[in-house]
Design a protein. Structure first.
Length: 316
């Protein structure tokens, strides 16, 4: 029996209008819409054409896997094409998402990721799914092992490095605003190891925001990031300047997750009080806002993004 279509309530439509995890990937949006109606052939074609562009493949699979109907339709796909590695990878990440939302158990999701990895040994995407799971519920050793498997296949994997930064930022909360915290060391190391044109150059900015999220939640920083001194110290300013200068030089229009970086960078520049630089970034972001980091530490992301954009563009 075919799975039922997903519910389409008013709240779901409003949320989709505010934040779309597909970002500006029109082909992904189309495939996701078709998958919602049970037409998995569109997702099949999308992933075939994505090939070994691992950052794009990871982005597309994780977005498709986030939908409530994805696991059911991936199983339908596997029934029709039992040898399909793409269907196995999609099913594995869909099971990861279900486990992360308490709708499934972690053990079957882990096993699905490992089985998918065996089908496509060169693909980091099944290991990305496992990393997502371990970052939420695994030990530090489990996290490191999954991350190393991703890096062995794609050393500059964008999403995997973001996950590691978010995980590391939560360590040693009791230390407070420590400028020598390990998350900064990791982000700097990754940026230095990456090629000159890699968007991992912006990873130190991501680390700064993720550490703020943790510190503010623990009461070590103000709940309003713009009122925090977290972005105005000498080290922070150096990080923001280096990242902004990199963006001015490279501005990778083709990277599938570049809008996530742009949101973090715009947030940092706004909190730093650099309105003109923030405005340039808001122009590039356009309507593609992302929940993080505007929601940090516990804010309505749409309200925070709109207010920051209006302040930077002088339309408040």
């Amino acid at each position: 029996m075919s799975p039922p279509p997903p519910p389409l309530g008013r709240g779901r439509r409003r949320a989709a209008q505010a934040f779309d995890e597909a970002l500006d990937d029109a082909d992904l949006v189309a495939a996701r819409g078709a998958l919602a109606q049970g037409r998995w052939q569109n997702a099949r074609s999308l992933l075939v054409h994505t090939g070994d562009d691992w950052d794009r493949r990871g982005h597309r699979v994780t977005v498709l896997a986030r939908e409530s109907y994805s696991a059911a339709w991936a199983r339908e796909w596997l029934l029709a094409e039992p040898e399909s590695a793409d269907a196995a990878v999609l099913l594995a990440l869909a099971q990861v998402r279900r486990a992360l939302h308490g709708k499934g158990k972690p053990a079957p999701a882990r096993e699905a990721c490992r089985q998918a990895a065996e089908r496509v040994p060169a693909d980091p995407t099944p290991w990305l799914g496992l990393l997502m799971l371990e970052c939420a519920a695994g030990t530090d050793q489990d996290v490191v092992r999954a991350f190393e498997q991703v890096r062995a296949r794609h050393p500059d994997h964008h999403h995997a490095h973001h996950l590691m930064v978010a995980r590391l930022a939560g360590r040693r909360t009791e230390a407070g605003p420590d400028p020598l915290h390990e998350v900064y060391d990791f982000a700097n190391w990754a940026a230095e190891q990456a090629p000159a044109d890699s968007p991992l150059a912006i990873l130190p900015v991501i680390a700064h925001a993720e550490r703020y999220r943790v510190l503010a939640a623990a009461g070590h920083e103000p709940a309003d990031p713009a009122a925090s001194g977290h972005w105005t110290g000498r080290r922070a300013r150096q990080v923001m300047k280096a990242a902004f200068d990199w963006w001015l030089e490279w501005e990778l229009e083709g990277h599938p997750r570049r809008l996530i970086d742009l949101n973090f960078l715009a947030h940092a520049k706004f909190c730093e009080g650099r309105g003109a630089e923030a405005a340039a970034l808001f122009h590039r972001i356009g309507r593609y806002a992302t929940p993080a980091p505007w929601s940090y530490p516990d804010r309505d992301p749409h309200t925070a993004f709109t207010a920051a954009r209006a302040g930077a563009l002088g339309t408040a």
